[in-house]
Design a protein around this ligand. Structure first.
Ligand code: ADP
Ligand code: MG
Length: 233
């Protein structure tokens, strides 16, 4: 399904929250690198997809009603064998059905486990006065506790993309201090420019989150994506 169909389908179903798979599909069309992700509708399916993708894999709950997958016990990382995939599949369903007994579940996504990198986040939100605004920050505690993020109004210039990344307090982490590898900041800037163009093209999107993106010495990979649509457009 292409981006247009995804948006139409969600609308037709009266949904404003896109699933991770749908969000990743749209983000891929925007030219941003994301982890390969497929929907499994049974345990057998999940194992088959894992065998095909190659291990290690990650399993996550796919439900239109659940936005915070980890909180629901809906994420299992670093699965190395078909047995581990089978067990994780059951555990995710058990945990989610306990925490969200009424949530409709589409299935479970199987995705390539991304190699560790520096966790960063990119997002878009709409300001009442300025309209769409892009956000950049470091992932994990940096954003949750230290609120170390920066903002720029869409459309971004190249200079905006550059300063958006460089003005966060944690920027030295991306430069690779104390023997750590540096992040490919140029590719992150390119991703921000692509996101800006994508947001301009889709006024029907109200909110967007790529949390986290793993930044590497050569490129980056978004491992989670969430898109929320405007109620009317
Ligand atoms: P949530 O809905 O809770 O935000 P995420 O999809 O972000 O769920 O997954 C939770 C965490 O698991 C991420 O912050 C990231 O550290 C890790 N993770 C998620 N997907 C992958 C992946 N494909 N490869 C490696 N790590 C991942
Ligand atoms: Mg996430």
């Amino acid at each position: 399904m292409g981006g247009k169909e995804i948006l139409q389908k969600a609308r037709a179903e009266g949904r404003i929250l896109l699933t991770e798979i749908e969000s990743k599909e749209l983000i891929t069309e925007a030219g941003i690198d994301v982890t390969e992700t497929k929907l499994a509708r049974s345990k057998k399916d999940a194992i088959g997809i894992s065998d095909q993708m190659g291990y290690p894999v990650v399993l996550k709950i796919a439900s239109e009603a659940i936005t915070h997958k980890s909180d629901a016990g809906g994420v299992r990382l670093g699965l190395l064998t078909p047995e581990e995939v089978g067990r994780a599949y059951d555990e995710i369903l058990a945990s989610v059905s306990q925490k969200h007994p009424n949530a409709a579940i589409q299935g479970i996504t199987v995705q390539k486990a991304a190699r560790p990198g520096i966790e960063v986040i990119m997002g878009m939100l709409k300001d009442a006065q300025f309209g769409p605004v892009l956000m950049f920050g470091l992932g994990g505690i940096w954003v949750e506790i230290l609120k170390d993020v920066s903002f720029r109004i869409v459309p971004l210039t190249k200079k905006d993309a550059s300063s958006l990344i460089r003005e966060i307090k944690g920027y030295p982490l991306l430069e690779g201090r104390r023997g750590r590898e540096a992040a490919d900041v140029t590719r992150l800037e390119e991703a921000l420019m692509k996101l800006s163009a994508f947001v301009e093209k889709h006024p029907e999107i109200k909110e967007l989150d790529l949390n986290p993106i793993f930044a590497y010495a050569d490129g980056y990979l978004a491992v989670d994506a969430r898109i929320i649509l405007e109620t009317k457009s």
